[in-house]
Structures are given as C-alpha cells and as structure tokens.
Design a binder for this molecule. Sequence first.
Ligand SMILES: C[S@@+](CC[C@H](N)C(=O)[O-])C[C@H]1O[C@@H](n2cnc3c(N)ncnc32)[C@H](O)[C@@H]1O
Ligand code: SF4
Length: 377
Amino acid sequence: MTVLDAGLYVHLPYCASRCGYCAFVVTTDGSSRDRYLAAIEREAGLLEEEAAESAFDSVYLGGGTPSLLPGPAVDRLLANLRSRFHVTDGAEVTLEANPEDVTAEALAAWRDAGVNRVSVGVQSLEDRELRAVGRRHDAAKALEALENLTTSGLSVSGDLILGLPEQTPESFRRSVAALCDAGVAHISVYLLEGEKSKTIEEDRRLRPERYPSDDLQAELWGEMSGDLARRGFAHYEISNWARPGREARHNRKYWSRTPTLGLGVSAHELWGGRRRGNVGNIEAYIAQVEAGRRPLAFDLPVPPEEVAREEIFLGLRVAEGIPAARIEAFIVAAEDVRLWNDYETWTAEGILEHRGERVRFTERGFLISNEVLSRFV
Ligand SMILES: C[S@@+](CC[C@H](N)C(=O)[O-])C[C@H]1O[C@@H](n2cnc3c(N)ncnc32)[C@H](O)[C@@H]1O
Ligand code: SF4
C-alpha cells in the first residue's frame, strides 16, 4: 500500500504523577522506560516493510508525558523512526509537553531532534483549578513555558479543560484570554470527561457545587467560541481552534480517515483498510514486542458500511463537514425513518446547515454534536 500523506503516532506513557482526571494509559513508574523505548524501535522495525512505499508528513509523540524523556532519548527515537520510515522533509513533528518540563535545555534538544510543534497541557491558567486536579505546574510556570516556546519559533498549541473543579465563568474567561495573549497558534479545549476518572466522578457526586453545571459549560463554550473567533482563531474541529494555516496536520488525519500507524502501548491505527490497536498493558506490550510480534489487541477489517459510518461521524467533526449526499445515502440505505426525521429536524433547527453540496455543524450545533454523532456510532 502506498500512502503519500501518512501519519505516525507514538505513545509515551510515562508521567511524573497522575492527574486527577486522566484516563489515558500512563504510569508513574519509570523503571521500564529504557526497555519500552527499545520496544518502540523494535515495533517500528516490524512495520517497516508494510510502510516501505509510504511517506509520512506528520509524526506525533503523545502521552503520557513525552516531555519527560531526556532530550537525547527524543533525538534517538526520532532518528530511529526516520531510519525506518520515510518521514518527509517538511513533516509536522509534534511533541506533547507538560509546562514544568519546558526548560531552555529541553527546548533546544527538541528542536535539534526535529520537533517543530509542541502541544502544551496548560489545562487552566488559575492556580486554584490546577491544584484541584493535582497538576504539577502553576499558572506562572505555564505562562513562562508558553513564552519560551513561542519566542523559540516553534509552533505552539495549548490545551484547556472546561468543567474543572473550582472553575467559574470568570476564571475560565481569564484562562482563555491569557492563553490567547500568550501567542499560541492553536488551542484545544476539552470538556472535562469526569466519568473517565473515579476520583472526579466521586468528587462531583459528593461536592457538585465545585463544578460548573452542564448548562453553564454550554454557555461558556458558546461564549468562548465567539471570543476566539474575534481573536482570529478559526473553529476548525469540535475541540480545536487555529490561526490561519496552523491546524494540526496530524490530528486532521484522524477525522479524514487518512492512514496512520500507531506505535506503543494502547496506540491505535488505520492502515490498509484495517483498524488495529495495541494492548493496553506496558509489560505485555514490551513482552510481545521482545518476542518479535506486534502486540495487537485487535486487528479488524473495516467493511464498506462501516467506512460510510466513519466518514460521517468523523467528517462531521470538522468545520467543512461532509457531502450531504453521503449522509443522505447512508440514512436511506439504513432504512432508518427516525434518523431521517431527526436529520431534517437538525437542519430545520439550525444544528446542521447546508453549504453548497456539503452539510456541517453550525457553531451552536457543535455544542450538542455528541448527541448527533452518537446516532452514527
Ligand atoms: C494525552 S493528554 C497528555 C498531555 C500531557 N501529559 C499533559 O498532561 O499536559 C492530552 C490532553 O488531554 C486532555 N485530557 C486528559 N484527560 C482528560 C479528561 N478526563 N477530560 C478532558 N480532557 C482530558 C488534557 O487537556 C490533556 O492536555
Ligand atoms: S494529564 Fe498528562 S501528566 Fe497528567 S496523568 Fe494524564 S498524561 Fe500524565
């Protein structure tokens, strides 16, 4: 198979501590790290042949906390990936960083290793909220990290979370404004997925007054979207805003079903018409790779009706939406009268809108997109 715009994801699960809300596959025990990095290199070797005809124009080091790796380890990892895969000269190479790891030394090492984009887990620029979820940085540290990154010429993205304990309308507005003022080119805002973390779920049940309600979150989301638009950020995907031309090339591939490979524990991929996912246990991952096989937990072909479904629920996530004919053909083929009626209602109520031959979410529609998308999952 030949893909000329493929993406490569690498999961690095090591963290200095676990944040209260996080449900990703992570560990605070670094003792397996060197064996893990060797396993990643070995797994890359197992995929080398399959990807020999393809070119990768994006690499994403995600986590966990990739910024916790020593600079030379990042350099070695990226050099190894370049030796296995054809990573194009202008490839977007992103590293996820926690603010406290952004030192002048680390920054220089990442640049030398070929990283050209850093996605910083800011989450909030209010100390009370950061403390409430056990972050290791405070607002001043995050602003210092952003300043160092933006002045270094790297492309910088910042993540915020809406729905944090102790968050108020004013504090959220302040975080959004301060992140914009820090000069980032890209912003991701996630709604707190409290149900993914036992700590948060329990706390929200016992002390609901600490959390902004769903209605308040919806209101703040809408307000923020208008604010970001006025500040020159285009809302190009449900949770993502970018200055012109600064959209995340790698993440876009997930929504357009462009083939990507995924290395590391719990990594997923879409390749050769198959969806594959690695095991979620670090020791099992290392053991299987050391035994010379890919540590797959599943490896499934995507049948045509599934492709059609994916094109809808992934394609609708982006601002340009999808051809209306595609969604209409899907509903007709499914013979789902209720879904057709809902589709007409969504359009009549301004949740979806038709633009030329395409259909897409309106800004208001993005707010309740989960409800609509879940009908296609
Ligand atoms: C894979 S995490 C890793 C980022 C990095 N280690 C950090 O903590 O800054 C990427 C982003 O997912 C978001 N995230 C993680 N858990 C979340 C949750 N339960 N609800 C909403 N967003 C979450 C955070 O904004 C985080 O920056
Ligand atoms: S949010 Fe980031 S630092 Fe915190 S546990 Fe999750 S991956 Fe690790």
